[in-house]
Design a protein around this ligand. Sequence first.
Ligand SMILES: Cc1ncc(COP(=O)(O)O)c(C=O)c1O
Length: 497
Amino acid sequence: MAGTDDESLKAHYAPFLSERDKYRKQYSFWTRDLPDEDRIELGGGMPNVGLFPVQSIAVHLVDEPFQGARKSDLVNHWSHFDSPEGYPIARSFQYGETKGTQLLIDFVKHMIGTLNRPAYDNWDCILANGSSDAMFKVFETICDSSTTVMMEEFTFLPVVSNIRATGATCIPLKMELSADPEEQGIDCDYLGDLLENWHSKEGYKHLNKPKVLYTIATGQNPTGMTLSMAKRARIYELAHKHDLLILEDDPYGYLHFPKYDPSDPLRNPYHGLSTQDYISKFLVKSFLTMDTDARVIRLETFSKIFAPGLRLSFIVANKFLMGRILNLAEVTTRSPSGVSQALVYSTIKTYADRKNFNDENEAMFQGWIQWIMKVAAQYTHRRNVTLKALYETEAYKENLFSVMEPSAGMFIGIKICWPNSYELKCETIFEEMDALNTVLLKSGVSVILGYRMAVDAEFSAETCDFLRITIAYAKDDNELIEASHRIGNSIMSFFTK
Ligand SMILES: Cc1ncc(COP(=O)(O)O)c(C=O)c1O
């Protein structure tokens, strides 16, 4: 195992950098980074706080999701120089450090250190403007036309656009679309064979051997599947052997679904669950926890557990790669929005569980986990309501579809089961799915077609005949039930008319 001190990280990971990264140099006209208290600041182009049009902000927080207008005592106030949370307008509305405020960085580091401590020491966290921005920065830093990146065959498609924009090539990996939690996700035999025999693989041998694996390892988008720890260990071993970076994009990991119980469909194990049990029994460990080589870059976002409009997320990586990512941020986004950082920081500070914990970051962490569990409980309820309604439809009872039960996240896959007697009406499976989509749209429900989220639709032609539905946006249970019935009726009429 190579070392992970600064010099070793540089020696190991500098060859992973893109050509563009090599030309990216900072030209600074500053003699120092931040103003010093008793020096008169005539250097930096920073507006005086008196010129900001906002005098103060009062943020009213809810105790529970869907609390609506019911009153809560959780209010925090920020003014120019004062905020009980230590991040007043004078600081949060001002230009800030590119990596984000140290206050929030300390918090996310505490969170990573507690839940997913990397198996080496020389790591760091920085904030970014959402995981989409984080990914853009990572791919700009490590990809160019000589790079080959592997990923699950169905994926969050903007990633593919992001990678291809650097000139790099995307290679789909076969997935096991299985209900078995030990089997689901990337097919490790397929991955192993691909890497062992890369130079003799038809269609790929002209490309450089992959140097990056992008994975949504928990609550995968669009399949909802989660890689077991055994699979993670096998993938990490392959990454070690073939010297790959692993980019782990994890927006959904906190939204874990306990197993659906058909005999008690609305059972919600989040009720009465302790934070310790949530952490130890529900949350799946990150690749970071086995990362002795410092080859994992992890992305987390506040989009799904706080709000997407914040555009706030964070990156965990080894200090060498982090420095290069930060170097790009210096000339693109600079710091994430100070207003978003202040809102997130002060909210978590307000939720902090000071009754039971003395250390401030630990109190914040515990309070934040309690909020996250309330969100995850809502998603579990929505999953329950939707599965129950889908399983009650005639089309399900007639075996015209099966459900890919998700283990985390926001998505449920509905797999179309083609009756033996059925002859495709269209030439390709893609057109056939388009025709089904037209029926769904006419019945008043919109879904995403699996093949539209394939890295290479032809590669995935045999397994792409599923619909991705999200349980996140619907107004209430009734809407989820109605949508499930519309899906059932549409599939029924598609096969019978
Ligand atoms: C896998 C995945 N990564 C990233 C994102 C985007 O996250 P953010 O809002 O933080 O940019 C999404 C959003 O749907 C996603 O599904």
